[in-house]
Design a protein around this ligand. Structure first.
Ligand code: GDP
Length: 182
């Protein structure tokens, strides 16, 4: 009997998380990968990644998700961090306008270090902090539309949309480009 095409194939995609310090990058990743949240997390310096698997069309799709682990504080996110990435989450904090204003700089950096086919998702994190909101959903959407980004608001604290955000990125990458793992 003929083997069905694509059966047993595995895929591995690198995804990078970028954005200003303290927007919640590490917590988004720990919420997604381990369902953990840290109120007073102190990032260890040095790049860290977690590998997560999901099933798409009966295939195992793995995402190697990288966190800057505090390096952005020293403007030390290097080209190596971006190398080979198929997708990125550009994160800001909805309760801190300066982190939203920084997205333009992160986009510049992304354009310098990666090609235009990289899947880009704008993430407005900390949407649980509604009373402290400084950036409206409309502003987030408008920026995403202008720059051709996907857009979602999340909360690593109460889990809102965290899984969805990562899964949209991974599915979208899978649908567009794929790299076969040997
Ligand atoms: P990073 O520097 O971007 O990796 O940010 P962290 O993940 O270390 O988070 C910075 C601070 O924001 C920590 O005190 C977290 O507890 C807090 N934080 C992260 N995500 C959320 C969220 O969704 N809601 C709230 N209220 N706080 C968050």
């Amino acid at each position: 009997m003929e083997e069905e095409e694509g059966e047993g194939e595995e895929y591995l995609f690198k995804v990078v998380i970028i954005g200003d310090s303290a927007v919640g990058k590490s917590n988004l990743l720990s919420r997604y990968a381990r369902n953990e949240f840290n109120l007073h997390s102190k990032a260890t310096i040095g790049v860290e990644f977690q590998t997560q698997s999901m099933d798409i069309d009966g295939k195992e799709v793995k995402a190697q998700i990288w966190d800057t682990a505090g390096q952005e504080r020293f403007r030390a996110v290097t080209s190596a961090y971006y190398r080979g990435a198929f997708g990125t989450l550009l994160v800001y904090d909805i309760s801190r306008r300066s982190s939203f204003d920084s997205i333009a700089r992160w986009l510049d950096e992304l354009n310098t270090h990666s090609d235009t086919t990289i899947m880009r998702m704008l993430v407005g994190n900390k949407c649980d902090l509604e009373t402290l909101r400084e950036v409206s959903i409309e502003e987030g959407k408008a920026l995403a539309e202008a720059e051709g980004l996907f857009f979602i608001e999340t909360s690593a604290l109460d889990s809102t949309n965290v899984k969805t955000a990562f899964e949209i990125v991974i599915k979208e990458i899978y649908n567009n480009v794929s790299r076969k793992v040997l």
